[in-house]
Design a protein around this ligand. Structure first.
Ligand SMILES: C[S@@+](CC[C@H](N)C(=O)[O-])C[C@H]1O[C@@H](n2cnc3c(N)ncnc32)[C@H](O)[C@@H]1O
Ligand SMILES: [Zn+2]
Length: 345
């Protein structure tokens, strides 16, 4: 942990400032082991392996802990980098471009292995903080520790240990894996400064009927219950099918006939978009779809209602690859606990 992270932290329980209470090991001017303490309620939080830990699996509840344990395994195993991550990220963040990050304080909500935290740091963020509930934070820390403007924190997205401090926050493929996606959405919004911006990408319900009808029962009933290592091996079978189809059909058709030709095929826009990925990345995508105990598929209307809940009435919403929703909006002055709510939440 870099000491400059302290300026952004606040107690998740009482919102007071957080101070450095103890340092027992340092490396390359970073705190590797130590403790933080709240100046209000005096609660302490350990720093382990360079990462401040604001959440423990014992405290977050069974469902969140189960989700985090699966994703922790995923990112420790699939810790590779792919040169296409930047292009993929810009697809999810559209209309945001790399220049948008310059000099901003940025939150990556649910950073996984830190692939986007490192890109945000490289694109000139003043500071970017990646948070994740799972052990993936260890992979994310290793991937970002050499960038002086990148920080990794272990925390629950619904109990963020930050002051209202972010000029820009993004959360990609995370809210759909929360027991209550809207709770996480509101929680992040409450940490964005008035006038700051927010980007979110989630699975769509539209055009994914074949997944919700046929794949989801297999995921919830079988694959998410398997030992992750077993699933990793088993998922090579659907990956082989995906790999052959995208390399032999979707990729070539897109190259010869263009995007509009590929789009006419089943699930064409998405499958042609991943056709350039190597085996390892495609395997990681298949595993990711099968491992999560919880996955919500969100309709456009629901997604727009989330934005209305935080007082954003004109988000830029797009149907990405014809299977998912991306949104971008400017936050006025959303206060957690205020504004409209859905489900009485
Ligand atoms: C599909 S992965 C996406 C990771 C990353 N955004 C990316 O695209 O590489 C979902 C991530 O959300 C994290 N996550 C799930 N529930 C969370 C929670 N309650 N708080 C913080 N992170 C959570 C998981 O640990 C996992 O790393
Ligand atoms: Zn406190």
């Amino acid at each position: 942990m870099k000491e400059r992270l302290l300026q952004y932290l606040a107690c998740p329980a009482c919102d007071a400032r957080i101070r450095l209470a103890e340092v027992t090991a340092t490396e390359d001017q970073q705190i590797i082991k130590g403790a933080l303490a709240c100046e209000g309620c005096a609660q302490t939080f350990p720093i382990k392996n360079g990462v401040p830990r604001f959440a423990t699996m014992a405290d977050v509840g069974e469902e969140k802990a189960a989700i985090a344990s699966k994703f922790g395994w995923e990112w420790k195993h699939f810790s590779h980098r792919d040169e296409k991550y930047a292009e993929q990220l810009l697809g999810w963040l559209n209309p945001v471009q790399p220049e948008f990050f310059r000099d901003k304080v940025v939150l990556d909500g649910g950073c996984g292995k830190g692939r986007h935290t490192s890109l945000a740091a490289d694109w000139g963020a003043r500071d970017v903080i990646g948070i994740d509930l799972s052990d993936a934070v260890d992979v994310a820390f290793a991937a970002t520790r050499d960038r002086e403007n990148a920080h990794i924190v272990q925390a629950d997205i619904c109990r963020l240990p930050f002051a209202r401090t972010f000029d820009y926050a993004f959360s990609l493929g995370v809210l759909d894996h929360l027991p209550d996606p809207l709770e996480g959405f509101r929680s992040i919004a409450s940490k964005i400064v008035p006038g700051g911006h927010f980007s979110v990408w989630v699975y769509g319900a539209e055009n994914n009927g074949w997944i919700t009808r046929f794949v989801n029962p297999v995921r919830t009933g079988i694959t998410s219950r398997l030992n992750p290592r077993t699933l990793m091996h088993l998922s090579k079978i659907p990956t082989a099918l995906l790999y052959l189809t995208t390399k032999l059909i979707y990729g070539p058709i897109r190259r010869i006939g263009g995007q509009s030709a590929a789009q006419r095929l089943f699930y064409g826009q998405y499958l042609s978009s991943i056709s350039d990925f190597r085996w390892r990345e495609q395997h990681s995508i298949v595993f990711d779809h099968l491992v999560a105990p919880t996955a919500h598929y969100v309709t456009r209307r629901q997604f727009e209602e989330w934005w209305e809940c935080i007082g954003v009435h004109d988000p830029v919403v797009g149907f990405h690859n014809q299977n998912s929703w991306r949104g971008f909006g400017q936050i006025n002055n959303f206060q957690e606990g205020a504004g409209l709510s859905i489900n009485g939440g």
